[in-house]
Design a binder for this molecule. Structure first.
Ligand code: PMP
Length: 288
């Protein structure tokens, strides 16, 4: 955990960063957030994360408190302040601010609360990448606006704990018989040598990593199809992958106790994992 955080315009030690209990983030989970990986001091896909933040803010009608230039400058300073950490995971959140407890929006004069911190980026170990991980399925009990990266994550918390309770890595969700995503990841499936991805919708978060994977598939001639994935397709898949900014890409080798494919990370996973690492290194490791 980096010691220097950002709160409402100032950089300060974490221990001194406090907010009033009437903050609407605390009262209602009324806010949005982002998680941005930083490799070797370089923020990965920073513009895309800032764009998604803007989309989340607009969707919940919170005024964007900073310009794109100011977001970039603040985050780059946060990275510099925490440069003792090798690779970083930036967390930032914006809430609707502090106001007497009433669900209705506060007056426009109430300023959003802006908080950002840096943690050590923990990407999966080589052993985990090579072995793959297990997952369970569950009904998607979330709301109809999952494309918004909202801080109100109670359903995700419960779903993620289900995975922890069953000693697996992720809970993969199904809504009315269709794959949506994991509790904190997007999900890809391989069937008949083709990569399948559920289309962007209000039932899943558009992952920045999801977009990278589809771009890499397109630029390297990997057959892929963006189309709804049924529960039957998920259960009979040759490969299942989960993706996120901090997990990168991981292979699911067992789903609800049943082996996926050969029960080990498949050939397309190996290929995409290598492409992803190359892509990342090309952009991230060129400066020192
Ligand atoms: N879906 C959900 C529900 C998530 O929480 C995340 C992680 N933020 C993702 C997908 C993956 O998004 P990204 O690739 O931008 O990290």
């Amino acid at each position: 955990m980096g010691d220097t955080v950002y709160l409402n315009g100032a950089f300060l030690p974490l221990a001194q960063a406090t907010i009033p209990v009437l903050d609407r983030g605390f009262m209602f989970g009324d806010g949005v957030y982002e998680v941005i990986p930083v490799y070797n001091g370089q923020a990965f896909r920073l513009d895309e994360h800032i764009q998604r933040l803007q989309a989340s803010l607009a969707a919940v009608r919170i005024r964007n408190p900073l310009t794109t230039v100011a977001w970039r400058a603040m985050l780059l300073q946060l990275i510099a302040e925490n440069k003792a950490l090798q690779d970083q995971s930036l967390y930032l959140q914006v809430t609707r601010g502090v106001a007497p407890r009433d669900q209705a929006f506060p007056p426009a004069s109430v300023a959003p609360t802006v908080f950002a911190m840096s943690m050590t980026l923990q990407t999966p170990s080589t052993a985990l990448v090579q072995s793959g991980v297990a997952a369970i399925t569950a009904l998607d009990i979330r709301w109809d606006r999952c494309n918004i990266k909202a801080i109100s994550l109670l359903a995700n918390v419960l779903l993620r704990q289900q995975a922890v309770d069953e000693a697996v890595a992720e809970t993969i969700m199904l809504r009315e018989g269709w794959l949506t995503e994991g509790s904190s990841t997007n999900v890809f499936v391989v069937a008949q040598d083709k990569l399948l991805a559920p289309p962007k919708s209000q039932h899943m978060l558009t992952g920045v990593t999801y977009d990278v994977i589809l771009e890499l598939a397109a630029s390297h001639g990997i057959a892929h199809l963006v189309a709804p994935v049924s529960e039957a397709q998920l259960r009979s898949a040759d490969e299942i992958w989960i993706t996120s900014s901090t997990k990168e890409i991981l292979a699911i080798i067992s789903l609800d106790g049943q082996s996926v494919g050969q029960g080990q990370p498949g050939p397309l996973f190996q290929r995409m994992y290598a492409l992803y690492q190359d892509f990342k290194n090309q952009y991230m490791r060129h400066t020192r």
